[in-house]
Design a protein around this ligand. Structure first.
Ligand SMILES: Cc1ncc(COP(=O)(O)O)c(C=O)c1O
Length: 423
């Protein structure tokens, strides 16, 4: 055990299970460098955060420049980057999003979105979708059902939260149409048997479940949520913490699906690695959140806001190439699926691609396969993460500005890992 790891273990809580013991000392673009000088292809983006890769010059420049001016103001003095970051978000967020509230983490933004929905609607019910991940704080973990262990030991959780199925065509051995119909059916049954629509403050949904296994919701399912929301005065909260900022091929998956959120939740890639998150909503909703109803000390940090603006500038240049890279990656993974029985399904949007690994029956989740493939990748200096309740789905999230050469190198490494596993 290295000196750093043993010191880490003496003073850091073990609750975050680090994926590797690799100690990194430098990073650039799609690569990180360890203490012994080995370079690793980083297709984790710090869990879908550094969509522009590491040390992006525009973002770094904006951070350094802002450091020389103001790096903390709290809710005391007014400052430019807060207002300017919101103005920039206005340009890229879906129609109907008019004002913003900034915070630090995704979980905090999810919490805020539900507080906003409850406060402004006067209703308490929240409907969430099985397999969703919304964070770890007491409120957000109450909406999280991607794995039961995240909730284990923390009951009673926040009340009046109702969980209904999210379409999972591959797991249910169904077409997307049938899985969508089943999930919609279950939602209608819930509104008949468990909570009346008039008591529901919000639907909280990921447009493409991340931690839950990279399952896209599909437009029809989201359309039905929108329709029910409009019919019953329910607020549609779309959690784009992982899908946002170019990951799914447009600024937000809501735009890919052409679905209007009432409340948009953002985090992760918003500032390409500096802590920042936000909720966006109509002026009518956010204006109803009167002073004192909610608050933050660090939220909307001046440096993080400067980084967010530079991230938006950088992504604007990169976004046009995402569909091309996505098409290339999907084509290659689908070719691999034809060659490797271990691949059960390839799914996703943009550069948020899930490759589900299965056992010899073509359906049972295989943790063994993914462990072996990931071990192979790491031994060949490439890092990818798993997702899904069985942790058997390769979470393929390269930086959005990855070169075609590095993209192919990553896919080749996974292919060689599958080859080695299948023997
Ligand atoms: C969709 C979604 N919502 C919320 C969160 C929580 O974000 P954070 O870890 O920044 O609190 C995550 C984190 O993975 C997420 O993927």
């Amino acid at each position: 055990m290295s000196d750093l790891i043993s010191r880490h273990e003496s003073v850091i809580a073990p609750v975050i299970a680090f994926d590797t013991d690799i100690e990194i000392v430098a990073s650039e673009g799609s690569w990180v460098t360890s203490t012994d000088g080995t370079r690793y292809l980083d297709f984790t983006c710090g869990i879908a955060v550094s969509n522009l890769g590491h040390q992006h010059p525009l973002v770094k420049g904006a951070i350094l420049d802002q450091l020389d001016r103001v790096w903390h103001a709290g809710g005391v003095f007014r400052y430019h980057t807060l207002v300017e970051a919101a103005e920039r978000l206005l340009d890229i967020t879906p129609v109907g999003i008019e004002k913003f509230f900034f915070m630090n983490s995704g979980a905090e933004a999810v919490e805020a979105s539900v507080k906003l929905a409850r406060k402004t609607s006067g209703r308490q019910g929240v409907i969430v979708f099985r397999g969703g991940f919304h964070g770890r704080t007491m409120g957000s973990v109450s909406y999280t059902t991607s794995k039961a262990k995240y909730r284990q030991g923390y009951h009673p959780l926040v009340g009046s939260v109702f969980v209904t199925p999210f379409p999972r065509p591959f797991r249910w051995r169904m077409s997307l149409e049938d899985a969508t119909a089943r999930a919609i059916d279950e939602l209608h049954l819930m509104l008949k048997h468990e909570i009346t629509p008039g008591e529901v403050a919000a639907f909280l949904v990921e447009p493409l479940q991340g931690e839950g296994g990279y399952y896209p919701a599909g437009r029809e399912f989201l359309l039905e949520l929108r329709r029910l929301a409009d019919e019953h005065g329910i607020l549609l909260i779309i959690d784009e913490v992982q899908t946002g900022f170019g990951r799914t091929g447009d600024w937000f998956a809501s735009q890919v699906y052409d679905i209007r959120p009432d409340i948009l939740v953002m985090g992760k890639a918003i500032a390409n690695g500096l802590p920042l998150s936000a909720v966006g909503a109509s002026a009518e909703l956010l204006d109803a959140w009167v002073p004192g109803s909610h608050g933050t000390t660090f939220g909307g940090n001046p440096v993080s806001c400067a980084a967010a603006m530079a991230t938006i500038d950088g992504l604007a240049d990169v976004l046009p190439q995402v569909p091309k890279l996505s098409e290339h990656a999907f084509r290659r993974f689908n070719e691999l699926k034809d060659e490797h029985p271990t691949i059960g399904e390839v799914r996703g949007l943009g550069l948020m691609i899930g490759v589900e690994l299965v056992g010899p029956d073509g359906h049972t989740p295989s943790k063994l396969a993914i462990d072996e493939v990931r071990r192979y990748c790491l031994a060949h200096h490439m890092m990818v993460l798993p997702c899904g309740p069985d942790e058997n789905v390769i979470r393929f999230i390269p930086p959005l500005n990855v070169s075609l050469e590095d993209l192919d190198l990553g896919i080749d490494t996974i292919a060689a890992g599958l080859e080695a596993y299948e023997g």
